[in-house]
Design a protein. Sequence first.
Length: 259
Amino acid sequence: MLIAHISDLHVFADSKETSLVRDDAERTARAVIADIAALPARIDAVVISGDLADGGSERDYALLRQMLAPLAMPLVVSPGNHDKRQTMRAAFGDIVSFEPGPYLHYETMIAGLRVLALDTLFDGHVAGRLCPERQAFARDRLSRRLDEPLLLTMHHPPFASGMTALDDNALVEGRDLLAELVGQRRAPTRILCGHIHRPYQSLWHGALAAVGGSPAFQVGLELTGAHHEPGLVSEPYAYFIHRIEAQGGGAVHTRYVSL
């Protein structure tokens, strides 16, 4: 099976909330969506790992749903720090099986692959967290079916990029629990995240972990340990296509889109 992973579209209908977001974020997101739709190989699902909208208004999500219409395959979405739970649930509740309650986490199956989406939104903060209630959900679901492949997605990565300023605003609560639970799994696990606005991959407690880039803005590479955020760069947008075999193995391919 093939799964396309994109992230951080930051779509806005009226005005952007984040100054760094491109004024033409709708155009760049449409370019990425069109590229996926035009791929000659059949994509089984598209994972969008948070910050779907820049402000989270009803109009933002209505625009995004219209933009995503060319994608006929299932969508897996999780909220980022710029999303709003109530409006996101209303916008995607007809195609995503969110759990009842205040959070937007859920479990689903895609072509025989078990997929778990976590809600790491920390209201009013850039960083992410898994509060005790969400940690309990994660522990319950991640402790099941340890011998089956799993795809886990969330916005804030629990694994480090090495870019200090950005890692400080990644997942700040619940990371140790996820490390414990992922490390106990006996079948291949993939973790797909966003938030960093630069694509990279990691091996984390036995799992293949990846962060998708952002067509809304991309940051430069900063591995000196500096505590200031990297500046913006103009680079081709890169997203990942995961080829996943029945037993969880496979490959990861990088697809470039000129913006």
